[in-house]
Design a protein around this ligand. Structure first.
Ligand code: PGA
Length: 241
């Protein structure tokens, strides 16, 4: 695991873009994430597409997760999020993009999702981290050998995500479909970004904690090619500076 410490969110996004740039090439498969963390990186990818014409026609993408029960066109579905914040601005064909479906036969959706990823392995998986150490929606206690599956969201996660649903007067869904830890670990390369003090504990578990399902992200200590980009606030509990 390579850890890069930067000053703030902006610098983290910039560094992440430098890493990502190497994978913005025909034939590459990107594993993508939602949430506040990747927004800065996505802005830089859009800017780069507009300025330099980086072509996404032969790039495929797989997102980490999706809420169960939200219609695709719900403002807070991760399908909508990805279209609004990236896909609609980089000229990527719809059929190249994949977001797990939280509607219909969930077991079947999960099985198919893992099958598709096994057929075209992810070259680089982008990750944020939850305050409880989750990656994707793999909450504490998720087995390391889990494939894509349906999960209950913890109170902490639902509280953290309330900010997105509050103004709609809605509750945060209680379940999600998520790539499992085994699915994530199968990616050839992993790029995790964490910024802000509220991530400090999770970052400590990720980098210095025991490899334990109590901090799902700690499994990445066993991944052969992971880059972690953190800002100073997220790194403040680390013993090794
Ligand atoms: P955030 O979420 O980027 O909105 O902080 C990260 C996560 O929950 O994985």
């Amino acid at each position: 695991m390579k850890v890069i410490v930067v000053k703030d969110y902006e610098e983290a996004s910039q560094k992440a873009f430098e890493v990502m740039k190497d994978y913005l090439k025909p034939g590459k498969v990107l594993g993508l994430a939602t949430g506040s963390t990747p927004l800065g990186l996505y802005k830089l990818m859009i800017e780069d597409h507009e300025k330099n014409g980086t072509d996404y026609k032969d790039i495929h993408t797989y997102n980490l997760d999706e809420y169960v029960g939200l219609p695709l066109n719900h403002r807070e579905s991760y399908y909508s999020f990805m279209h609004a914040n990236l896909f609609d601005h980089i000229g990527i064909p719809e059929e190249n993009t994949h977001v797990p479906s939280g509607l219909g036969d969930l077991e079947e959706n999960c099985r198919r999702y893992d099958e598709m990823i096994a057929d075209e392995p992810v070259d680089i998986q982008l990750l944020g981290i939850g305050a409880d150490g989750h990656i994707g929606f793999n909450e504490p206690g998720t087995p390391f050998d889990s494939g894509t599956h349906v999960t209950d969201l913890t109170e902490q996660t639902r509280k953290d995500n309330l900010r997105f649903f509050k103004d709609l007067g809605e509750e945060v869904p209680t379940q999600a479909v998520t790539m499992g830890l085994k699915t994530i670990m199968a990616a050839r390369n992993v790029l995790l970004i964490a910024t802000g003090e509220n991530k400090a504990e999770a970052v400590k578990g990720l980098i210095e904690g025991p490899v334990s399902t109590e901090c799902a992200a700690s499994v990445l200590q066993q991944h052969p090619s992971t880059i972690v980009i953190i800002d100073e606030a997220a790194g403040k509990l680390l013993e090794k500076k």
